[in-house]
Every structure is written in structure tokens, then in C-alpha cells.
Design a protein around this ligand. Sequence first.
Ligand code: SF4
Length: 370
Amino acid sequence: MTRSNSTEFPHWPERLLAWYAAHRRVLPWREDPRPYHVWISEMMLQQTQGKTVLPYFDRFIRAFPTVEAFAAADLQTVLKLWEGLGYYARVRNMHKAAQVVVSDWNGELPADYIALQTLPGVGPYTAAAITSIAFNQPHPVVDGNVLRVFARFWGVDDDIRGTKVQTSFVDRLTPVIEPVQDRSAFNQAVMELGALVCGPRRAECDACPLRPECVARRTDRVGELPFKSPSKPVPHYDIAVAVILDQGNVLIARREESKMLGGLWEFPGGKQESGEALAGTAVRETREETGLDVEIVTTLCTVKHAYSHFRITLTAFVCTVRGGTLCIPRPFAWVGLDELDRYPFPKANTRVIAALLAWDAKKETGAGWR
Ligand code: SF4
């Protein structure tokens, strides 16, 4: 409960907390909000919907029930559990952070907003989420849901993509959350309201506990707020990859850890150059990356995928080796098709693998390629 002096503190936090108590979704990290669970869930939830995160969280916590277990795990095992969630720098940083927590903090995440931010991958948002949800400290969290709710509630016209708005919301919410006894519930309530009631495309104002004071509702501007400046055009690239088969095995290589999708495995390939056919791209990239000369057998599939800052259309070709000398200056492996699921791949590649397995199954029933 909050202090009830209405001249000093608004009533809406009390109504918000009552609404949350009645409508909150049961989520595993809420039912057992130990700091480790809150940290893992908050990292997974960045840029990702809750329903997508649920099975990942469950698998992750079963595999690594403690920070110590996570810190001791092999990065490849960790990446395999994260496969498909995207933003792989998150999990590489988390893995490093877990090792710091074990070595420097005896396996306990610190209950300190500043100390938490010394961990790899932990910024002000995650530190606020951990300290408030797990340790009940008065740090407001401001994510996309919170920005939307309060841009409408306060009638804020500024661009919510800007850091100025985010900082000003933290400043405005800090004196609100301070007198609240259950800060954990308060922060989760605002995020839950944004997820369930005050949505990006639809606001259920009649069901909203903030309705009486909400500026957007009173001024009929719910559809206009929040204001977001137009996003920059997202570049698109055509990519060709070579699925090279030799004696029943396929060639894969591991991306350098410092790169995007670092630590994940992939098929040789790259961007199409001007005036080049996609099959030519696959052959050229394979020669440059592996030293092998390959021959195209067939087009396997075309996959579209969107990353945060660009989109790709990836065309995969089944190839065989014609000549050349294998030379790859990074870890690589020839693996059986039934072994591919042991390796972590980017999402677009997992769809290529599904097409490869389907193609191979068809070939098994006809003329074999082996
Ligand atoms: S009243 Fe409507 S617009 Fe205002 S916060 Fe609630 S759901 Fe959002």
C-alpha cells in the first residue's frame, strides 16, 4: 500500500496496485522472484514477448538452476539454449556476468543499483528491474510499455525514442515509487498494464485503473500518443550460403565471438555483390571463406529474416566439393545431418537446416546424393 495523504501522494498508485493484484499473470519469475530469476527473465524479455520467453526461461532454469551452474557451463551449451531468442550479445554478456558474480560476489547478485551496472550487459533498466523486483528498492523501471503508459497518462508529446524522455520518466516516477511499500509490485504493475490494457494499438481505457487522471483519455488523444519519430529505413541484403555435402556430412563454421551472432555456427556464405548471380555469390564466398571450389547441386530454399537493424533474404544452395584445399581460420566441423541439432545456429540457418533435412529425406526415397 502507499501513503494515503492525497495532497502529498496521488491515489493512482493504490488503484494500480489493486488492479495488479487482481489481474496479474502468473509467470514463473514472478512466483519465485529470486534475483537470479529476475535477472534471467529481464534479459530474455528485452525485445521479446513474454509468451516467447516462457519456454526459454523454463529450459534455461532447468539447465542452470543457480548462478554457479550457469557460470560453469560451456558457452556453446548456453548459446544452444538461447538459440532463436536473438540478440546473442545478451547471453554472451550474461555468461561473463555470471562468472563475475561467482568470482567476486560469492554467487549472489548484488542488491546495489550501481554495483549491478558494473556487470557485463547490465544497464540502468536491468539494474532497476533487479533491485526493485528482487530487493524491493525504489528504482522505477522504464521500458517500452512504461513509456507508452506514462506518455498517455501524463500527455507527453515528446519523442519516446529519445533518451531525454526516458530520463525524465525515471525522474518523475522516483518520488512516486519511493513511498510505495511494494515497489516490486508497482514496477511490474505498470509493465503489466502496458502489456494487458494500454497496448500499442488498442487501449482498454474502461478497464484501466489510471483512467480518472489520464490526460490522453481526457483530451481524446489516446490514438496520437505516444509520439515516436519515424524509424530510419532498414537496409536489406541478399545473402547466399553454400550447404556443402561431402560423404554424408555438411560443413559448418563457428562465428567469431566478437562479431554479431558470435559463437553461433553457420554455413559458408555472404552478401551478393552487384551484378552477381546468387549461385555465384555462394561459390565465391565459399572459396574466400574455406578455400574450397564447390559445384551447385540445387537451390535448397529462400528464407527472409529481420534483424534489429537490417533485413536479409537468404538463399541456400546444396553444393558438392569440386576441388580446392580446405582452409578456415576459425573453428569448423564436418557434421552428420543428424548431429546438426547439437550446434547453436542463427534463426535463419535453423530454417535452412529444416529444409535440408526435408530435402535429404526426399532424396532418401529417391536417388541418393551420397
Ligand atoms: S486510461 Fe487508457 S490511455 Fe490512459 S493509461 Fe489507461 S489505458 Fe492507457
